[in-house]
Design a protein around this ligand. Structure first.
Ligand code: CA
Length: 230
């Protein structure tokens, strides 16, 4: 089995050593970066399976790094676990526009962090080339372009299909209207007028997937996310 690569972006040497050691014990390959710019560069080049990102970094801080990774196609889908000093910061980071997948507050036990890493990787990846995305009663067959709700076929337009696929692809993470415009319509972000296109299509999509519609959650002032059911 190929070892999963974890990129650790952290400037505190003792934390780097501790985390690296504990992850390597679990069979992960760990690459490190000591500042934000190096972190971004390595994430783009090495395409790690997961990034552990400290919030307080020299040069580019963790928030900036997170934004850059999320807005670049090469790195947008890499899961990110943030390290923060205060739990109040965490709410802003996880689930909001920054789109980190989880966070751990300092000081943390290496065991706790390893457990989070495993949980996020399990949630995100699994069998790799999944062709059917599922959540609750909803099934999206990517190759055949077929969507069913509780076994009943739903006819979606190609944009509605792409929209749903994008929301499911990111495993419950929030996508901003700009991100959806870029992914589904190929627009550059963005004119206010165009983001309404997203709202309109989300509205149509919700009508069509009926019983699953409430799973598409509007995140105020940001965009949308899909509340995935295991
Ligand atoms: Ca730091």
């Amino acid at each position: 089995m190929a070892k999963e690569i974890i990129l650790l972006i952290e400037d505190e040497k003792n934390i780097v050593e501790l985390v690296k050691y504990n992850l390597e014990q679990q069979g992960y390959r760990v690459n490190t970066a000591v500042n934000g710019n190096e972190g971004v560069r390595k994430a783009q080049k090495e395409k790690p399976d997961l990034v552990i990102l400290d919030l307080m970094l020299p040069e580019l801080d963790g928030i900036e790094v997170c934004k850059i990774l999320r807005h670049n196609d090469k790195t947008a889908s890499i899961p990110i676990i943030m390290l923060t000093a205060r739990s109040e910061e965490a709410d802003k980071i996880v689930g909001l526009e920054l789109g980190a997948d989880d966070y751990v507050t300092k000081p943390f036990s290496p065991r706790e962090l390893v457990a989070r890493v495993k949980a996020v990787l399990r949630r995100i990846g699994g069998d790799g080339g999944t062709k059917v995305l599922k959540s609750g009663g909803l099934e999206v067959d990517i190759e055949k372009h077929i969507v069913t709700v509780k076994g009943k076929r739903v006819d979606l337009t190609s944009k509605e299909f792409e929209l749903l696929k994008c929301l499911l692809d990111v495993k419950g993470r929030v996508l901003s209207r700009d991100q959806l415009l870029t992914k589904v319509w190929g627009y550059e972000p963005s004119l206010e007028l165009e983001t309404r296109t997203v709202d309109m299509h989300i509205g149509q999509l919700r009508k069509k997937i009926k019983s699953e519609s409430e799973k598409i959650i509007t995140v105020k002032n940001v965009g949308y996310r899909f509340a995935i059911e295991e």
